[in-house]
Design a protein around this ligand. Structure first.
Ligand code: SF4
Length: 310
């Protein structure tokens, strides 16, 4: 099928199947352009909790699809390519969380949503890069087991007087660890008027060179609100493409052209079409795990919603 024909077929199928297509900011442009909604993990979690359609096509990685399942137990959630699995989420098995809880019984467990449902079922609350300090500071406990991203833990520690214990010791996102201080310094010298927007999954040395440290949705808000005309962007390049599209009068320079999340890019229009046509690659989370992980996710939405409406 030719690309245009494929797009039209997908849109028709979407209506026939009573489906909605959600895409993460790091998706291929062709998928973003077709999606009903594009956002970061928190946006997608919030949006999926409100959809009316029976089928949710989640163009993101495994843990995002699991979040949609947790928040929509009566709907069918499908993922175009089931191999789209986040390597960072895989770094924190549930067993490791259980062991850490035994070792630190007085600590609250805050897990980034970039964690598989089985581990999230062990958490008191989840968080995203957009709301991590807010969630941690809303808790009563003074000690926090925080995982799986060590750089995000460092970012939170700088914004909280609680004791943050990273779990595992060195969890990381391979995409955000690609950025180097030297690359950022070079771009800053070349474009001294540019704002530098850095994702909190980047190394501390890179975060320290930022004008603002933001989640992807916060980067979009900053690009819109800022008087600056030029931005150096340190996150996955899919977001840079979205920024160029949405703010054509501003300039966006990727801090690293090769910062690509291979797992996110596994989804294609062809795979989206096949999954939607056959309602295949349905994501399942065992009910007992889902109930506990849902409670941790809902607590996050409650805390972040409370802050939004304040
Ligand atoms: S960008 Fe990093 S955290 Fe996000 S899905 Fe890819 S590997 Fe996982």
């Amino acid at each position: 099928m030719k690309p245009e024909q494929l797009k039209e077929t997908i849109l028709k199928l979407k209506d026939d199947q009573n489906a909605v297509i959600l895409a993460h900011n790091y998706q291929q442009e062709e998928i973003q352009l077709l999606a009903d909604y594009i956002g970061d993990s928190l946006d997608l979690a919030r949006y999926s909790a409100k959809v009316k359609e029976n089928v949710i096509v989640l163009c993101g990685v495994d843990f995002m699809a699991q979040t949609a399942v947790l928040l929509n137990p009566d709907k069918t959630v499908i993922i175009p390519d089931p191999e789209a699995k986040c390597p960072m989420a895989a770094q924190l098995p549930a067993e490791l969380v259980r062991e850490a809880k035994q070792k630190h019984p007085d600590a609250a467990v805050v897990l980034y949503v970039n964690t598989l449902a089985e581990a999230r079922a062990e958490a008191d609350v989840t968080c995203t890069s957009a709301n991590a300090p807010l969630v941690v500071n809303a808790l009563e406990e003074k000690k926090i087991l925080f995982g799986p991203d060590r750089n995000l833990a460092w970012f939170v520690q700088r914004r909280s007087d609680k004791q943050i214990i990273p779990l595992p010791d060195r969890g990381y996102c391979y995409v955000h660890r690609m950025f180097s201080p030297a690359d950022i310094m070079l771009l800053k010298e070349r474009y001294p008027d540019a704002e530098v927007l850095v994702h909190p999954e980047c190394d501390p040395e890179v975060q320290q060179l930022a004008t603002h440290i933001c989640s992807t949705s916060q980067m979009l808000l900053r690009a819109k609100a800022s008087p600056a005309k030029r931005f150096i962007i340190a996150t996955e390049v899919g977001l840079v493409e979205r920024m160029k599209r949405e703010f054509p009068d501003k300039e966006f320079i990727p801090a690293l052209e090769t910062a690509v999340c291979e797992q996110m890019k596994l989804h294609t229009l062809e795979k989206l079409y096949l999954a939607l046509r056959d309602i295949k690659h349905v994501v399942h989370v065992p009910p007992e795990i889902a109930a506990r992980a849902r409670a941790a996710t809902e607590r996050m939405l409650e805390i972040s919603g409370r802050a939004t409406s304040d």
